[in-house]
Ligand binder design. Structure first.
Ligand code: NAG
Length: 431
């Protein structure tokens, strides 16, 4: 009896709650149509091209930050600045709890754009080759959607424009600034050049790896290359270090627990006939759990020092610094996964919401997920019109601007419906 009574009460509340009766599918379609309107689309394209032409590296996103603040001013959205050097944190809605956050990263890469087009990077050696110009624009697009529909918001959306995703751990600094206090959940996205436009890709649990860098100097004793027994050869020692490091994954890690160790830097010697004093090597390592990550870190150090000493060399090993911190694995919250699938299905159609396998790339979005539930997903951009699309971080990378309305509508719908559902849950609790 009791069960059916409660079921009845909850059903009535569900049916007559104004936030809920305004259906998710109406809202999501309304948001997507708004984002696709030509004046909104053209505005987003303009903002994106402006940012693309002037790419800025980590913690130097001063002009990008200014563009963001100018657009927020025009939209009448209040914000805090500076957060984490160049970051901007905006607020839309009641100003009251619940709070939900949307995040975009702002920084570019130090590489030369090779795409010849009207809005090519105007800064030699710097390029938005990871789509962050698009991420910022999509968050501004979501801001415009949400501001225009702010009467529907049952709480506050926090807009996080974050610096230094590419190795600088900007997210960590945003967390340390206290900007996520009282925020209940956070959503972030990344463009994906190889996936079809109009589709999103994600999974629950680990979606991107934890990432760290290591550097080592292996010191021997230089001398004449023809008289090796009077030297201690750091090149041979370093070569054995590289080979031994490969065994950490192939022989020590569980084959079903994916890990990576890559030596990507090997520098030493400058002449055919001289054994150098030292060699420096460096690389990256990846794992999907903190435990595996810390195990790798310890063994990398042991192997470099141990293998060097086999060859009578000394080694010093350095790991993360403040400028290049370890990134934890990006782990999507299970409940948010269920929520995401429902919302993405209502925006894009259920057939366009895809499950993916984890990737060994890394994201500092994970720093947010260390303190609150967070959800990270990829959004496709390929429309088949330009042959095989160049990958992220390629000098030939091109953002398909048609993705902008999809990303803006997705983020806006996630935030608005999250607040609506959170309100519903609150009512439920108060029963
Ligand atoms: C390694 O370090 C020890 C102790 O400091 C030192 O005696 C030795 O000469 C070093 N060997 C090399 C090859 O630098």
């Amino acid at each position: 009896m009791k069960v059916s009574k409660w079921f009845f009460v909850i059903t009535i509340i569900f049916l007559f709650n104004p936030q809920i009766s305004y259906g998710v599918s109406e809202l999501s379609q309304q948001f997507l149509e708004f984002a696709k309107k030509s004046e909104v689309y053209d505005w987003m394209v303009g903002v994106r091209r402006k940012i693309h032409e002037n790419p800025e590296l980590m913690y130097q996103e001063f002009e990008t930050s200014k563009v963001i603040r100018e657009e927020l001013d025009k939209l009448g959205i209040s914000y805090k600045h500076p957060i984490a050097v160049t970051g901007v944190v905006g607020f839309i809605g009641s100003g009251e709890p619940p709070f939900v956050a949307l995040r975009a990263d702002m920084d570019a890469l130090s590489m030369q754009e090779m795409v010849e087009w009207k809005h090519k990077s105007k800064v030699p050696g710097k390029m938005h080759a990871c789509g962050h110009d698009g991420h910022v624009t999509m968050l501004l697009g979501a801001a415009k959607i949400l501001k225009t529909h702010s009467h529907l918001l049952k709480g506050t959306v926090v807009l996080i424009f974050q610096p230094a995703e590419e190795g600088g751990g900007g997210a960590k600094q945003v967390v340390d600034s206290g900007s996520l206090e009282n925020v209940k959940a956070i959503f972030g996205l990344h463009v994906s050049p190889q996936q079809p436009i109009g589709q999103v890709f994600s999974k629950s649990g680990p979606i991107l790896a934890g990432s760290g860098v290591f550097e080592a100097v292996i010191t021997g004793k230089g001398g004449h290359a023809a008289i090796p027994h009077h030297s201690i050869d750091p090149i041979l020692a370093a070569s054995n270090v590289v080979v031994s490091l490969q065994h950490l994954v192939s022989r020590e890690a569980d084959p079903l627990d994916s890990q990576v160790v890559t030596v990507a830097k090997f520098q030493g010697g400058g002449a055919f006939n001289v054994i150098p004093d030292s060699v420096s090597i460096g690389g990256t390592f990846r794992a999907f759990s903190k435990e595996s990550f810390m195990q790798l870190r310890q063994r990398i150090e042991e192997v470099i020092i141990g293998q060097s000493s086999v060859h009578r060399c000394n080694a010093t090993v350095k790991f993360a610094t403040k400028e290049k911190p370890f990134y934890p694995a990006t782990i999507n919250d299970d409940n948010l996964h269920i929520f995401f699938q429902e919302i993405a299905g209502s925006v894009l159609g259920v057939d366009n919401v895809k499950e993916m396998l984890p990737l060994t790339g890394a994201e500092d979005f994970s720093f947010y997920q260390e303190i609150i539930p967070g959800y990270f997903y990829f959004i496709g951009m390929d429309d088949g019109k330009k042959g095989k699309p160049a990958s992220l971080h390629s000098p030939f990378f091109q953002l398909n601007e048609d993705v902008l309305p999809y990303g803006a509508a997705m983020q806006a719908t996630l935030a608005a419906t999250y607040l609506g559902q959170s309100q519903h849950l609150k009512n439920h609790d108060e029963l």
